[in-house]
Design a protein around this ligand. Structure first.
Ligand code: SF4
Ligand code: SF4
Length: 371
């Protein structure tokens, strides 16, 4: 058994296997007929919600959420593994072809971090690639296709041997991950589980797509390789922990010192020489200690999806939870049931966490009326 970051976050090497992304609930609901919500998704109850005139569930709210996904879903180069074509956009291309000479790796790592923050990341760290966290198989988009176009066949249930089941192997030489977190708006998150919360999530996803697109092209302009990823290709949370961004909480989310779980995570894999960060052991210990006695996320969860066990353990509750890790497991089947009922994600477990540092909790009406 391995204790790779000084916390209760332990791996049982005999049990742990690389994850097949098709077991992610968002995909499983499309193919697994044993699920009560097989074939259902967020649209199932939308009209019922809109007609209810409930605060935070109006057509305006849902329009805000759906539009927030625009860049993430529709921009064709967001998740590229390679540059599309070397088009001259007015700056020439010849100077981009040779490898930029990196003399001082430490100082260059600081430059890369500056670049990610400049493009909009709220937090950044560097991790060595650990194959354990790379999906065994998963969703690999055809080149130049948007998330939404690439998923079209999957959405209609065409799963077997599809782009969802491709073996995921990073090319040789790609051995660093630039892991970035994007803060989500605290006022919107505070309205959870109403739709302004889901809008904050949607916008963060679109920001992720924007940031990784720019970071990936920046790296290619220096003659190196970049693989731009959102939730795809590898498990983001352990990568983020390895990169020193935070700890794993009872709610199954990355808890960061700055924003708690109020972040989304994206990453760019690269062959750039970079200095890796190390896990933030002090903060990991703080979160471990806090989560043992704080059940706020579990109490806020309307479907009892979050473990109320005193100690983390190896009892993974569903086939969508990758076994072999000692932690608090979240029953993601129950979680998705609530998402479908709610017609969006939920965020109660983000808003309730004291590490999210939400100073004021707003109703959706207060959110809309705020100057
Ligand atoms: S997102 Fe909502 S339903 Fe899912 S675990 Fe968190 S609080 Fe529970
Ligand atoms: S709400 Fe409490 S128990 Fe849940 S993740 Fe945050 S600190 Fe841990």
């Amino acid at each position: 058994m391995e204790n790779n970051n000084g916390s209760s976050y332990q791996i049982d090497e005999a049990a742990y296997k690389r994850f097949d992304e098709k077991y992610n609930m968002l995909f499983r609901r499309i193919w697994d007929k044993t699920l009560p919500n097989f074939g259902s998704f967020l649209d199932t109850n939308i009209e019922k919600h809109i007609n209810s005139h409930k605060d935070g569930y109006t057509r305006i709210d849902f329009a805000l959420v759906a539009a927030g996904w625009t860049v993430y879903e529709k921009f064709p180069y967001a998740f590229s593994w390679e540059r599309d074509k070397q088009i001259d956009i007015g700056y020439g291309v010849n100077w981009m072809k040779s490898k930029y000479s990196i003399e001082d790796i430490k100082s260059f790592t600081a430059t890369i971090k500056k670049v990610t923050m400049f493009y909009g990341a709220s937090l950044v760290g560097i991790a060595d690639v650990n194959e354990k966290w790379i999906y065994k198989t998963g969703f690999k988009r055809p080149d130049q296709s948007s998330e939404s176009d690439a998923k079209e066949k999957i959405r209609i249930g065409n799963i077997t041997n599809s782009i969802l089941e491709q073996p995921i192997n990073l090319p040789k030489g790609i051995n660093k991950a630039i892991v970035m977190a994007v803060e989500m708006n605290p006022d919107a998150i505070s309205t959870a589980p109403a739709q302004p919360e889901a809008a904050a999530v949607a916008i963060a996803y679109s920001k992720m797509a924007f940031i990784i697109s720019c970071v990936g092209e920046f790296i290619r302009n220096l003659g190196y390789r970049a693989i731009q990823c959102g939730n795809d290709t590898a498990l983001s949370i352990p990568l983020a922990i390895d990169a020193g961004l935070g700890a794993l909480g009872r709610n199954g989310l990355l808890i960061t010192p700055e924003f708690g779980p109020r972040v989304r995570i994206c990453k760019v894999f690269t062959d750039l020489p970079l200095v890796s960060d190390t896990p933030n052991l002090e903060f990991i210990k703080k979160v471990d200690k806090k989560c043992k006695n704080c059940y706020k996320c579990a109490e806020a969860c309307e479907t009892d999806a979050i473990s109320k066990d005193k100690e983390p353990n190896f009892n993974s509750p569903t086939i969508s939870n990758n076994p072999g890790v000692k932690k608090y497991y979240v029953n993601v089947e129950k979680c998705l049931e609530f998402w479908i009922e709610n017609s969006s994600d939920c965020g109660n477990c983000i808003a309730a966490c004291p590490f999210s540092k939400i100073k004021r909790f707003l109703t959706p009406t207060e959110f809309w009326n705020m100057k």
